[in-house]
Write a protein that binds this ligand. Structure first.
Ligand code: NDP
Length: 348
């Protein structure tokens, strides 16, 4: 009889106030369910927003065990787990399989979970792929993949510009673009050790790295014109740098907003819409997953795993988070502040 340890919340609020440790018995295996053991789960910006109640996707509050008199949601949305028990009638999963969650909103900050096989998606096995790569596969690399594929038919040598280039999504964009022969202009915040960051991103495959404080200058404008104006812009940040980034797109360019790290609205000069005919879109991975088949998602995931096997898609920058209440709460609090130390990943 296994006990689950989970970081849960029963109401929305400041994460350090509302998140709490909860232990409960793992529901018994039935002929239709599997048991999985979590190996690693990241802390993503959206997870924090979700605990704050500020995210459109709200996980269900439910009683996790018969003995619970309170309804809880388990924190986290993404992670990799291993199948440890399989009911007699279950098809498609076996003990030892590594799985990701089939749907967003499935709490992943817990040691074990029980559920039907349809809650999980089995991953192809590969020795040279780390659990960090698998734990962070379903949100950021998939977001980068879709944004590069679904808005512009990019050809070899075409340019894409992105801000937040050092984010996990940004690092994914750099690597996928490199693998597909697409060039990238990568905008990051300036910092004292900018040369180290530039080198890191270039090593990943970035064509050019520039800082957001130079984005509005005439020099940057002529430089980008000389390289080749991007057909696609990816906006992780919002605010001033996002407006300035839009000005560098080529006529008829497509501009996709997927994040708002600066917490400032995206302001757009009318001329970009009227004379340059730029088109502005939003992208949300959860919506894509809801509106596309499991087969399409599987194909994408398998292609990403193929690139990982070849060494063309590496781990994001990450730091380990110990699995205890205080360490995870501290990590959640740091989750969306300041210059990060890379993706924080809970190791169970
Ligand atoms: P990470 O935690 O990996 O990175 C966050 C990045 O944000 C860092 O690179 C950091 O820059 C940057 N940043 C933080 N604060 C600011 C600020 N005030 N101004 C400019 N940049 C800032 O994040 P993810 O890659 O997981 O996510 C990035 C964004 O994308 C989030 O907003 C997330 O919610 C969103 N997202 C959206 C998805 C969708 O489907 N729409 C899917 C996945 C993510 P620095 O390197 O300088 O510290």
């Amino acid at each position: 009889n296994l006990t689950v340890d989970a970081l849960v919340y029963s109401q929305y609020g400041k994460p350090t106030d509302v998140l709490k440790w909860h232990s409960y018995p793992l529901p018994a295996l039935t002929s239709e369910t599997v048991h999985v053991k979590f190996l690693a789960s990241p802390i993503n910006p959206a997870d924090v927003n979700q605990v704050q109640g500020a995210y459109p996707l709200k996980p269900p509050f439910e009683r996790l065990a018969e003995s619970d008199d309170t309804k809880y949601a388990v924190g986290g949305n993404e992670g990799v787990a291993q199948v440890v028990a399989v009911g007699d009638n279950v098809k498609g999963l076996k003990i030892g399989d590594q799985v990701i969650m089939a749907n967003a909103g499935y709490g992943t900050w817990r040691t074990y979970a029980a559920g039907p096989a349809s809650d999980f998606q089995a991953l192809p096995m590969a020795d040279n792929i780390s659990k960090i790569q698998l734990a962070t596969l379903s949100v950021n690399p998939c977001t980068a993949y879709r944004m590069l594929k679904d808005f512009v038919n990019l050809k070899q040598g075409d340019y894409v510009i992105q801000n937040g280039a050092n984010s996990a999504v940004g690092q994914s964009v750099i690597q996928l673009a490199k693998a597909w022969g697409i060039k990238t202009i990568n905008v990051v915040r300036n910092r004292p050790d900018i040369d180290d960051l530039r080198k890191d991103l270039e090593q990943l495959g970035a064509t050019h790295v520039i800082t957001d404080d130079t984005l509005g200058s005439h020099e940057t404008k002529s430089m980008i014109k000389a390289w080749g104006q991007p057909k696609l812009g990816l906006n992780c940040v919002g605010g001033k740098s996002a407006t300035e980034m839009a000005r560098h797109l080529s006529a008829n360019g497509q501009y996709v907003t997927y994040g708002a790290m600066a917490r400032a609205p995206l302001a757009l000069p009318a001329s970009l819409l009227i004379f340059k005919n730029l088109a502005f879109h939003g992208f949300w991975m959860s919506r894509w997953t809801d509106t596309h088949s499991v087969e399409e998602r599987t194909n994408m995931v398998n292609e990403l795993i193929g690139l990982m096997k070849q060494g063309a898609f590496t781990e994001p920058k990450w730091t380990p988070v110990e699995w205890n209440e205080q360490a995870v709460k501290t990590a959640v609090d740091q989750g969306i502040q300041g210059f990060g130390t890379g993706k924080q990943v809970i190791l169970f």
